[in-house]
Design a binder for this molecule. Structure first.
Ligand code: TXE
Length: 478
């Protein structure tokens, strides 16, 4: 098989130093394609190209940046079905989820096309006579973007689009599981009229490509989404040399169900939040905290609905839960189920590895009754595994919800305005949902968390400017 998914460095498509294969987790017999893997040296060439292009792109007109991003967004939207199919084959989420993600990526580029025009600044009177003060935002420079595999179009889009919109140049390193999606995005970006080097795609390992981005003095800022362990390494490396850094590192998101909730709505929220996208979302509702009065009724309903979910090939009509994205992730899910059993959690259903007509990483969604101190109730599993915790009442539920090192998202199902309002105020997270699953966010508003979930300014929406620009204050005496 010839290398289909190449790197894009300094305006040219390049082979790597080695070749990797992108698997199809629904059908291991039908790989998606071969891809070029770069080493540290090739990564440095991409970084140099981005640094050389930075002054020109920083001074480009807002119209030029608008046109480029608008064109990218329009093409993604026009081809969302085809891109969605590629995404479903490569990452394993169902076709409707994948097409929805492609559309989100297109909308993100469209939104940031508008942001290029809305730049602006402030003019203030000085405290000194005859002096004027201008406050403007300037690009940061070269941005290194290190992305995970679980949203292979949307997450790169919500990092690349604001970077370019605000006049930065980009070196993008995708996760190794999803080079096809990265290539498709780069292919579209390559035709948008950017100067050579303004956008670069470099596939390869975190150890080589990722590390070269972190260590380069030419990279002014790094935006990372991935695991906590890698996030800590990214923070250490970038802090050492004083680069700007933004980290998104997942969650253990609580969904509180109070006794006054609409129980069917609450079960819907739990089912969607915990298991859709095979539970591989940083915003997944992985801790279901249920008030004692409705605990048994809620668990019984959720159990029935979970049992009925159809696990299958990502492209099959009727599949609700696609395969787990990789063997390593499947093994991690299985090992957490074993840890749960050893800790004394009550395994209610699911977690079996399933056989389907094609060989893939299929696993049924799992539900367990756990205690707050269990590891399965504290650590991010990142699979179709949810735990139920029992709460005595609202105050106890809130305390359990906040009893976690993470702080990305929290949800509550209730018909009480008083409790909903209190929860919005007191949940120690970056995002709160009322009568909605914890997963499922808009593309035009800030995204991010607190505590171990996030570090640095928010992503997405107007707030993205905090990371992708630096503020300049200019004084003029006239
Ligand atoms: O993540 P990594 P992986 C969690 C989830 C999952 C686990 C492992 O629990 O099971 O992480 O997934 C790059 N320097 N999440 O291995 O390693 C890497 O190549 C620079 C949750 O995919 O964090 C990839 O591009 N970069 C999360 C990116 O970092 C390095 C989403 C993320 O990979 C690097 C993904 C290094 N030394 C995983 N090492 C969420 N909650 O959204 C790796 N990378």
């Amino acid at each position: 098989m010839s290398t289909r998914f190449k790197n894009f460095i300094n305006g040219r498509w390049d082979t790597g130093v080695t070749t990797g294969t992108s698997e199809n987790p629904s059908d291991l017999g039908q790989p998606v394609g071969d891809y070029a893997r770069a080493d540290a040296h090739q990564t440095e060439m991409a970084i140099r190209a981005a640094a050389d292009a930075a002054p020109q792109w920083a001074l480009s007109t807002p119209q030029r940046r608008f046109d480029a991003l608008d064109q990218i967004g329009a093409e993604i939207l026009a081809r969302k079905d085809e891109l969605g199919e590629l995404l479903a084959r490569e990452e394993g989420k169902t076709l409707p989820e994948a097409v929805g993600e492609a559309a989100r990526a297109g909308n993100i580029f469209k939104f940031f096309a508008g942001e290029a025009l809305r730049g602006g600044g402030e003019k203030l009177a000085s405290v000194r006579p005859g002096v004027e003060v201008d406050i403007t935002r300037e690009p940061v420079g070269v941005v290194g973007i290190i992305a995970p595999w679980n949203f292979p179009l949307a997450i790169p889009a919500w990092k690349i689009a604001p970077a370019l919109a605000h006049g930065n140049t980009v070196v993008f390193k995708p996760a190794e599981l999803v080079p096809g999606c990265a290539w498709a995005l780069a292919d579209i970006i390559s035709r948008a009229g950017l100067p050579a080097g303004a956008f670069n795609l470099v596939n390869g390992s975190g150890r080589q490509v990722g590390q070269a981005i972190l260590d380069s003095e030419l990279v002014d800022a790094v935006s990372f989404t991935g695991s906590q362990a890698t996030g800590a390494a990214v923070l250490a490396a970038t802090s050492k040399r004083g680069a700007k850094v933004q980290l998104e590192m997942g969650g253990k998101n609580p969904l509180v169900v109070l006794a006054d909730a609409d129980l069917d709505l609450a079960v819907d929220c739990a089912l969607q939040g915990a298991f859709f996208s095979t539970g591989q979302r940083c915003t997944a509702s992985s801790r279901l905290i249920v008030e004692a009065a409705v605990h048994d009724a809620f668990v019984a309903k959720l159990r029935e609905r979970t049992r009925a979910l159809k696990v299958g090939h990502a492209l099959d009509k009727g599949t609700q839960i696609g395969p787990v994205a990789s063997r390593a992730q499947l093994e991690q899910n299985q090992s957490y189920l074993e840890i749960g059993r050893q800790e004394g959690a009550e395994h209610l259903l699911g977690g079996e590895q399933l056989e389907r007509p094609t060989m893939g990483h299929y696993m049924s969604p799992a539900l367990l009754l756990a205690k707050p101190e269990h590891r399965i109730a504290r650590e991010e599993i990142f699979g179709p595994v949810a735990v139920v915790l029992k709460a005595d009442g609202y105050e106890h539920a809130l305390a359990l919800a906040n009893d976690t090192p993470f702080g990305l998202c929290a949800g509550i199902c209730t018909t009480s305005l008083k409790h909903a309002t209190h929860f919005k105020r007191h949940a120690k997270v970056g995002m709160v949902m009322v009568n909605l699953p914890t997963a499922g966010v808009d593309f035009h508003v800030p995204f991010g968390g607190r505590k171990s979930s996030s570090h640095g300014p928010r992503e997405q929406g107007r707030y993205a400017a905090e990371f992708y620009t630096t503020v300049k204050t200019a004084y003029t005496f006239t």
